[in-house]
Design a protein around this ligand. Structure first.
Ligand code: AHR
Length: 327
C-alpha cells in the first residue's frame, strides 16, 4: 500500500503520523508505483526570465512522452505562493512533485508536507538548506548543477583573461537566500580571495532579474566609477549591467569585463558582439532528466542524492556555434 493511502487510513482511525513509525522507518521515502500515467506537480517560482520559461517549457514538452498529467503553476516570485501551490497540488492528489525551491529555507515545510502526504519529491535546479532537509530522507534527490563550481569556473576564466593590473569587481547577486546565489558567490569569492590584485568592492542582489540588475549597476557605478570587472550570478543581470554601463558611457568588453552564468541567447549574442567575456552554462532543460530519474525511482532503484548536471562554458571561441540552440 502506498504511504499516502497509509497516512489517510491512519488519520481516519485517529492515529497521527507517528503511528506509521511502526510500519516504516522515519527515513523511508514514499514509494512510487510503476504505471502508464502520473499526476505530476511542477510549481514554478516565477516566469520573468528566459531561463525560467525554458525550464517550464522543458517540463511541458516532456509531459506526453513521459506519461505525465502535468499540473504547473507560477508563484510570480513569491516563496509563500510557491508553498501554497505545493499544498494545493498535494490536495489534488499528485503522484510526484518536481520542485524548484525559490529560496533555501521557506520551501522546507512544503517538502516535509509532501513527504508526510506520501508524495515522492525531487528538487530540480535549486536546493533547500541541507542542514534541515536531506536528500534520501525528506526528498528523493536534487537534480541540478554544481553552483559553487560554476562560480569558481567564472573566477578562474576571469583571472586568465583579465588584462589589467588590478581588478575592481562589482558582483550582482541572485535572489537572496537561494542556493544558486549562495553557492555562486562562494565559488567566485573564494577564488578571488586568494588574489591580492582582485578586490570585490561591492556585492548586491539584483534578484536574478535584468531590470533590477540594470538599476543596481547604475547605483553601484556612482559609488565605484573605477569598476573594471562585473560578475553577475546570471545572464539576465549581466545584460542589465551592460545596459547600465553603456548608458554611463562605459564600453563593456573593452574597459569593463562582464562575466556571468547560464548560457542564454542574449548572453551568447553579447559574447559574439564582444560585450561579454564568458558565461558558464547552467542548463534549464530538466524535463528529460526528471522523467528518467522518476522512472528509475518507480522501478525501485536507489537514486543518488545529487543527480549532477554537467555544464559547458561559452566564450568567443564557441558562442556562435551554440547560439542557435540557445533560449
Ligand atoms: O536556479 C538557476 C537560476 O535561476 C538561473 O541561473 C537563473 O537564471 C534562474 O532564475
Amino acid at each position: 500500500m502506498r504511504a499516502k493511502t497509509l497516512l489517510m487510513a491512519a488519520t481516519a482511525v485517529g492515529f497521527g503520523i507517528a503511528a506509521l513509525a511502526g510500519t516504516a522507518s522515519a527515513q523511508d521515502l514514499p514509494p512510487l508505483e510503476m504505471k502508464d500515467r502520473y499526476k505530476v506537480g511542477f510549481p514554478q517560482m516565477e516566469s520573468n526570465n528566459p531561463w525560467r520559461i525554458a525550464e517550464s517549457k522543458s517540463f511541458v514538452d516532456t509531459a506526453d512522452s513521459c506519461g505525465w498529467d502535468l499540473i504547473a503553476t507560477d508563484a510570480a516570485g513569491s516563496a509563500a505562493k510557491q508553498v501554497a501551490d505545493v499544498d494545493s497540488m498535494i490536495a489534488q492528489g499528485i503522484d510526484v512533485l518536481f520542485l524548484p525551491p525559490r529560496e533555501e529555507k521557506p520551501l522546507i515545510p512544503a517538502v516535509m508536507r509532501a513527504k508526510a502526504a506520501g508524495v515522492p519529491t525531487f528538487l530540480v535546479d535549486r536546493s533547500v538548506d541541507p542542514n534541515v532537509a536531506k536528500a534520501g530522507e525528506h526528498y528523493v534527490a536534487f537534480l541540478g548543477s554544481d553552483f559553487i563550481d560554476q562560480g569558481r569556473r567564472v573566477a578562474e576564466w576571469t583571472l586568465e583573461n583579465f588584462d589589467g593590473e588590478t581588478g575592481t569587481i562589482v558582483e550582482l547577486e541572485g535572489t537572496t537566500g537561494s542556493s544558486p546565489a549562495n553557492d555562486r558567490r562562494k565559488g567566485f569569492d573564494d577564488v578571488m580571495a586568494e588574489h591580492d590584485n582582485m578586490t570585490i568592492v561591492a556585492s548586491q542582489t539584483g534578484d536574478f532579474a535584468r531590470d533590477l540588475g540594470r538599476q543596481v549597476m547604475e547605483t553601484l557605478l556612482q559609488a565605484h566609477p573605477d569598476v573594471n570587472v562585473v560578475y553577475a550570478h546570471n545572464d539576465e543581470m549581466a545584460i542589465g549591467a551592460i545596459q547600465a554601463l553603456e548608458l554611463a558611457g562605459r564600453k563593456p568588453g573593452e574597459d569593463v569585463l562582464v562575466v556571468s552564468i547560464d548560457g542564454t541567447r542574449d548572453a551568447l549574442q553579447a559574447i559574439i558582439d564582444g560585450k561579454m567575456g564568458v558565461t558558464v552554462e547552467s542548463s534549464p532543460f530538466f524535463g528529460p532528466l526528471a522523467c528518467e530519474t522518476m522512472k528509475r525511482y518507480a522501478k525501485g532503484e536507489t537514486i543518488e542524492p545529487w543527480v549532477k548536471v554537467s555544464d559547458r562554458i561559452f566564450t568567443k571561441e564557441n558562442a556562435a556555434d551554440h547560439i542557435d540552440e540557445a533560449y
